[in-house]
Design a protein around this ligand. Structure first.
Ligand code: ADP
Ligand code: MG
Length: 623
């Protein structure tokens, strides 16, 4: 072994660069964050060859003092924190003082800056193994330009890890998009090989913000999203943004943006809470789309967990989980078909019959508050709705496992409703989903409402209604449990055993009887009847694991819901069954009043609207 010696600053920086500078995208992230920290409200990014050849970022921020310029390129040099306490409530995106030093050690970097109210601009570059900075006068408006050329020119091993120009640019573009979503008050421009990719003006009004979201995430997203804005005053949490309708799900988790105090993060507590909120309305393996902003006291979140700060740690992760889950769950449950039938200041454009049957479009202007409003035209007072329609199970509450047997078809549920759902005389009482006019090939219900034609997939819609009702009766009913013939003994960790005791009442409510037999042993004596045949051991292990990490678990409910879903599917009215008009109308009224009825149990849409404008276009009327 050779003797110990100190590494040159450049080598030390190159080693540190391994953590933060992986590819052009990571350089862009650091430099844009510096511009935002400097208070810029206009940032131009110019890139050549996916960023590998050149990245030039110009901002109109506060600039850097001449005497600080060379220091900015040194490691552990920052203007953002001074003492450890500052870390507790960091308000800036950066604070580690490493980015510029790291980037300049693996590229040809120059930093040009003019501070506000100064006459001259100055430029620095670093050279050599000791990274001595060369300072020269330069011409530059107020603000800063960072130019990074030939990334990894001096670290060939790392250059080999770079992908094609296209791939590198895609990553870089994604970073710009995220930052552009994080700050509506800043104008961004991105050019690649002299071509303008994004040109985003400052977006102050909600409409402008939605326009920016549309240009970044696609207009289909904003057309199929609900605006949300909820606050929990006691805990000081606020969440706002846009969540995609369940019918606008994706095959990948590629349209999920979550910002915590303006910083884009990926966090498992957050992902879990959102996924759970959507769990009942998404087809297995589909992912929800969202752009969400969480605001909370900076002291309640630790951002110094990861060098690139992609992860955070919430001091009160259970509280955050609970807040996110509850708010989104409520929002999704409250989506009703009529929320999507909006007066329509922007008529949906339809080119072909096929695209008309796309998932229902919602107005971008919908807000959480609106979606929580009671039924618009048809309330309980509407003559067609109040006519003696009774919830089939709420009165007698049969045990869940008998419910399926009781459902044989839609007509059976509504034996004496012939008169109850007939169209009202005056059209001003026309309910949102309108009145049935016919049944198409035994599969679809055609209905006429104020806006035009409504097409309903009757099986899908009924399945959801039956399912929601079963869940409700299940919740109202005490969960019936049955003793196991042979009690099941489980070896668990001490933490898991503690956790099971802590949550004993939850288990009990869900029909389990769990007892602790020792430090690391649990015994299951009783389980819910409906789960008796399932893999109880795996379920309990998974539930305990969830509870340890997220403070709660919905797995038992989910398993029960899955069973109910299967029963609902069998209970729902089959295709090719002739329905009478009153039966069809009753189904439409149920859709209006049932939670989540816009999607079937698998997250597919249950209905679609073709407005008169859509139809006119189809026939080129008035053109
Ligand atoms: P950090 O952002 O963690 O402080 P950096 O290495 O990214 O560390 O930047 C070092 C310092 O250089 C910053 O603290 C800031 O004072 C200054 N700086 C960097 N970029 C800019 C910019 N665009 N405008 C003004 N100051 C900047
Ligand atoms: Mg920085």
């Amino acid at each position: 072994m050779s003797r110990i010696h100190l590494l040159s600053p450049r080598l030390a920086n190159q080693i540190a660069a391994g953590e933060v500078v992986e590819r052009p995208a990571s350089v862009i992230k650091e430099i844009l964050e510096n511009s935002l920290d400097a208070g810029a409200n206009k940032i131009d990014v110019e890139v050549e060859q996916g960023g590998v050849k050149l990245m030039r970022i110009r901002d109109n921020g506060s600039g850097i003092d001449k005497d600080d310029l060379s220091l900015a390129l040194s490691r552990h040099a920052t203007s953002k924190i001074r003492a450890l306490e500052d870390l507790e409530a960091v308000g800036s995106l950066g604070f580690r003082g490493e980015a510029l030093a790291s980037i300049s050690s693996v590229s040809r970097l120059s930093l040009t800056s003019r501070q506000r109210d100064q006459d001259n601009a100055w430029q620095v570059q670093t050279e050599g193994r000791d990274m001595d900075a060369i300072l020269e006068p330069a011409a530059h408006p107020e603000g800063t330009t960072v130019e990074v050329k030939d990334l990894f020119f001096n670290t060939p091993a790392r250059r080999k890890f770079l992908k094609t120009e296209k791939t590198e640019f895609r990553h870089l573009d994604e970073v710009v998009k995220r930052l552009a979503l994080s700050r509506f008050d800043v104008a961004f421009q991105l050019r690649h090989n002299a071509k303008v990719i994004h040109q985003l003006r400052q977006a102050d009004s909600e409409l402008e913000q939605e326009r920016r979201v549309a240009s970044i995430c696609g207009s289909a997203f904003i057309d199929n999203a609900l605006k949300v804005d909820v606050a929990a005053e006691a805990s000081g949490l606020r969440m706002w943004g846009w969540v995609g309708l369940p019918t606008f799900s994706r095959s990948q988790a590629d349209l999920q943006y979550f910002f915590v105090n303006g910083r884009m993060i990926k966090d498992k507590v957050v992902t879990h809470a959102v996924r759970q909120a959507y769990s009942d309305v998404l087809y297995h393996g589909r992912f929800p789309a969202y752009v969400l902003y969480l605001e909370l006291d900076p002291a309640l979140v630790d951002v110094n967990v990861h060098p690139t700060k992609h992860e955070v740690r919430f001091r009160e992760s259970r509280l955050v989980h609970d807040f996110l889950f509850r708010s989104l769950h409520r929002l999704i449950a409250d989506m009703r078909p009529q929320d999507q039938i909006t007066a329509g200041d922007e008529p949906t454009t339809v080119e072909t019959m096929g695209s008309a049957l796309q998932p229902p479009m919602s107005s971008p202007a919908q807000t959480f508050e609106q979606s929580r409003m009671p039924l618009r035209q048809s309330s309980g007072a509407s003559p067609s709705y109040s006519g003696g329609y009774s919830q089939p199970y709420s009165s007698n509450n049969p045990p869940v496992n008998q419910v399926a047997e009781q459902i044989s078809g839609y007509a059976a549920l509504h034996p004496s409703e012939e008169s109850s759902a007939l169209p009202a005389e005056s059209s001003e009482h026309c309910p949102p989903m309108g009145y049935a006019i016919a049944q198409l090939h035994g599969v679809y219900i055609l209905a006429e409402n104020e806006q035009g034609l409504i097409v309903v997939d009757m099986h899908a819609a009924h399945e959801r209604i039956v399912y929601e009702r079963m869940k409700q009766s299940f919740e109202e009913d005490v969960v019936r449990s049955q003793p196991l013939l042979v009690p099941l003994s489980l070896a668990v960790s001490e933490r898991e055993a503690d956790c099971s005791e802590e949550h004993a009442s939850t288990f009990k409510r869900l029909g389990f009887e769990l007892a602790r037999m020792g430090e690391e042993t649990l015994v299951v004596r009783q389980v819910p009847v409906s789960l008796a045949k399932g893999n109880v051991e795996q379920l309990i292990r998974d539930v305990l694991a969830d509870m340890l990490v997220y403070g709660e678990s919905k797995r038992i409910e989910q398993h029960i819901n899955e069973l109910l879903g299967t029963m609902a599917c069998h209970g729902a009215v089959r295709a090719n069954r002739q329905l009478t008009l009153p039966e069809m109308n009753a189904l439409l009224r149920d859709m209006e009043s049932t939670e989540r009825s816009g999607q079937c149990n698998h997250g597919r849409p249950t209905w679609s609207q073709m407005t008169m404008t859509d139809l006119d276009k189809l026939f080129m009327r008035g053109q």
